[in-house]
Design a protein around this ligand. Structure first.
Ligand code: SF4
Length: 311
């Protein structure tokens, strides 16, 4: 069910997910489109998430935004009072007491474990968005496992100090009992500065022609069931509940929005298994998380290899 409308306020709005913002030139959404987008969300009973560029918006835009309940995703340069702050890089001054997003390659993450552990002491939550999942190879498995282990040590230390830190790669799975995927085109759609709808911002930045309706004709997602979990025969059996199940990445790598790539599954399973290890270590340390259910042992990292078990 459609629940969220994401409004990109400018072509240079911060990326909050796997896609890259490949535009440097500002294109602020028109005030008319902004107001119509807000009206669309009101009529459809959708929650709005505004995604900001790194400059201050004109006062009339801020007034329109404040006319409706919403949440803000902002880059650090513009991050006052945002629900989610997108950190621009590892050298950035990470805001205290916030929910933050950092984009990172696997290699950078490995090199910055100490910084993640430091940030966790000060943030409410850190979401690490991996930027090179498409290039992930089986020869990278061991290195990523070790990185997750090192990150888990930092999480355990914070729990020992009585702080319930959240790091998406490790702690989300601990609290989930069902899939919590991105839901693009199903639970959320995006309105871009050109007044058109997209399954998510990634489709807009990749090619503006991939729109799924506009503010005049309304939303027009063709065969929306083909984006949903209940039509994804592999994912619906899976228990890597924290997986983003990115339909944009699926399309790029498997030519089908609902069929996952090997890379995405392996990475998600490494995180699932690292969450299990973390859960066991926390229990050993006498720390039991309310609502956390035991995660079964699983050695297979590729769901396609265990398809026979589901028949
Ligand atoms: S790990 Fe693979 S099968 Fe499981 S939800 Fe993610 S993409 Fe789907």
């Amino acid at each position: 069910m459609l629940t969220y409308l994401i409004i990109l306020l400018d072509d240079t709005s911060a990326s909050y997910c796997h896609y890259e913002v490949n535009r440097k030139k500002r294109r602020l959404i028109s005030l008319e489109y902004l107001k119509k987008g807000i009206m669309f969300a009101m009529k459809e009973n959708l929650n709005i998430q505004f995604v900001y560029p790194d400059y201050e918006l004109p006062a009339e835009y801020l007034d329109a935004i404040d006319s409706i309940d919403h949440s803000d995703i902002k880059p650090t340069a513009n991050g006052d009072s945002a629900e989610v702050v997108v950190v621009s890089g590892w050298d950035d001054e990470a805001p205290e007491g916030s929910t933050c997003i950092i984009h990172s390659s696997f290699e950078e993450l490995t090199e910055h474990v100490a910084i993640v552990n430091d940030w966790l002491r000060r943030m409410i939550r850190l979401n690490v968005v991996l930027t090179d999942i498409e290039q992930f190879k089986d020869s990278d498995i061991d290195r990523y496992k070790k990185t997750l282990d090192a990150l888990a040590d930092g999480v355990i230390e914070e729990y020992r100090q009585g702080r319930s830190v959240q790091l998406n790669l490790l702690t989300d799975r601990l609290m989930l009992t069902e899939m919590n995927n991105c839901g693009s085109g199903d639970s959320n759609v995006t309105l871009a500065p050109n007044g058109k709808f997209y399954l998510c911002p990634a489709f807009y930045y990749e090619d503006e022609k991939q729109s799924v309706g506009d503010l005049k004709i309304g939303l027009n997602v063709k065969n929306p069931q083909l984006l949903r979990l209940d039509h994804a025969p592999i994912c619906r059996q899976c228990d890597a509940y924290q997986c983003r199940r990115c339909i944009w990445m699926n399309l790029r790598l498997t030519m089908d929005a609902n069929t996952p790539s090997h890379q995405q599954c392996v990475v998600a399973h490494l995180e699932r298994n690292a969450s299990r290890e973390l859960q066991m270590k926390l229990e050993k340390a006498g720390i039991r998380l309310t609502g956390s259910q035991p995660i079964e042992e699983m050695t297979e990292l590729e769901p396609f290899n265990i398809v026979n078990r589901w028949k």
